[in-house]
Design a protein around this ligand. Structure first.
Ligand code: PLP
Length: 434
């Protein structure tokens, strides 16, 4: 039996694409009018004293150990140890919403939800799985893809991750992608797909033309009646190293593409702002003709996952980031550009080394033009054997994604090591082949 608050949210979402896509768990979830809601109400109106939350205060400010506070000079106890709201600090959410629009002008005036703060992008993808992926259903993703997708889809949800061979030697295999999407739509009436660009592990992003085609294919599927969830995992957003790479997230084009499409953007500070372990990501929804009430219901469902798993994201991290984003001047953008340029220089170095061995019989680079990574297709050698040889024979760490794919995070290689690393990769492959 669904809780009456869940029923209320489900009624709001009735006859909408998100409503049709909800999983059984997604339908059951609601944001309780309990401690968090009553606490938020009290924060606004308790003029004498606030005895709602399980924290300790003195003179109306949270007690913070001086030994902790002195580590973070310039920040007060409320900014460090108080609980953050379930959906995140309002000021940070507003900043990120404005940033999404700034980076994705194609959004135009399309209505999108306010971003909800998550502890990193992993949590964002996982939340969307809880809301929209049921046992026995299918989540489509590129083959190969980030290994956490299959862990979430198959081990957590007992759903199926359908690998789509959407990369060919030149870039995106649009006909393979289109065929897989059509087949899925025809079979079930639903498509759930996660698109991750710049891609992990290949390092590929669609060109402007390919991005248009991908969106066109998705629109075509929606026009034929399928309900479509597109999760845009934009972890490596902004790291494009070739002129023809699409500069905006596909979310910008999908948020208003067709009533049968729900787009969900997962992004954050983790990689974009070089703050991997700080754990700050965002989930944002966009769908044609969704109203404020629909977005509100989706946000409440998202908050319900957060409340029932991690309760809220770290206050101090949100405040640190919020202060960084709000600082006057262009220092942040300049620093980001400088770091981005470091990665681009590594990309260029790797590009030149790999292009010089284009016809190598054992290692075929998959297309790459962006992000942190590139991958080799291993021909007639096993990727795991190559990984081990590189690690124990040459002291070089790489990842064997599957039997045929070896991933190299060139973002993590110091410039002066790149030449030696790639020489070792080709040499180790040749030694393995005998
Ligand atoms: C494609 C992709 N999505 C999401 C993540 C996770 O990001 P976070 O560290 O913010 O959880 C990664 C990290 O490796 C990734 O490669």
């Amino acid at each position: 039996m669904e809780h009456e608050l869940a029923q209320e949210l489900n009624r709001v979402l009735e006859d909408t694409t998100p409503g049709a896509l909800l999983s059984a768990m997604g339908r059951r979830l609601y944001f309780p009018k309990g401690i968090i809601a009553q606490g938020a109400e009290a924060k606004q109106f308790s003029s004498l004293a606030d005895g709602t939350l399980g924290i300790a205060v003195k003179q109306k400010t949270p007690l913070m150990l001086p030994a902790l506070g002195k580590q973070l000079p310039g920040m007060n106890a409320g900014e460090i140890v108080a609980y953050a709201p379930t959906a995140g600090l309002p000021v940070l959410r507003d900043i990120w919403a404005a940033e999404i629009r700034r980076k994705n002008p194609a959004l135009g005036n399309s209505a999108i939800s306010l971003p909800v703060v998550t502890p990193g992008l992993t949590a964002g993808v996982s939340i969307l799985g809880d809301l929209f992926l049921d046992e026995g259903q299918t989540l489509m993703a590129a083959n190969p893809s980030w290994d956490n997708y299959i862990l979430m889809a198959e081990a957590r949800h007992n759903a199926r991750l359908r690998p789509v061979d959407m990369f060919n030697e030149a870039g995106i295999d649009l006909s393979a992608l289109g065929a897989a999407l059509s087949e899925e739509a025809q079979k079930t009436g639903f498509v759930r797909i996660i698109l991750n660009f710049p891609h992990n592990p290949t390092g590929y992003s669609p060109t402007v033309g390919e991005a248009k085609e991908i969106c066109g294919i998705l629109r075509g599927i929606a026009e034929k009646g399928a309900k479509v969830l597109v999760i845009c995992d934009d972890a490596y957003f902004g790291l494009r190293f070739e002129e023809d790479v699409e500069p905006q997230s596909l979310f910008a084009y999908l948020a208003d593409i067709h009533e049968n499409v729900l787009a969900a953007k997962v992004d954050g500070a983790t990689k974009e702002d070089f703050a991997w372990g700080m754990r700050c990501g965002f989930v944002t929804f966009g769908g044609k003709n969704l109203s404020g009430a629909h977005y509100d219901a989706l946000i409440k469902k998202t908050m319900a996952v957060i409340r029932s798993t991690i309760s809220c994201s770290s206050t101090v991290v949100q405040n640190l980031l919020q202060k960084m984003y709000s600082a006057p001047g262009d220092t942040l953008q300049k620093e980001k550009t400088a770091y981005r340029d470091i990665i681009e220089a590594r990309y260029k170095k790797v590009r030149a080394l790999v292009d010089a061995k284009k016809t190598h019989p054992l290692l075929q680079p998959m297309p790459f033009n962006s992000g942190y990574f590139m991958s080799f297709k291993c021909k007639n050698i096993d990727a795991e054997s190559l990984r081990q040889k590189l690690l124990y024979g040459y002291g070089v760490g790489t990842i064997a994604i599957n039997e045929q794919t070896l991933r190299v995070a060139f973002s993590a290689l110091d410039d002066e090591d790149i030449n030696e690393v790639y020489t070792a990769i080709y040499r180790a492959a040749e030694e393995l082949a005998g």
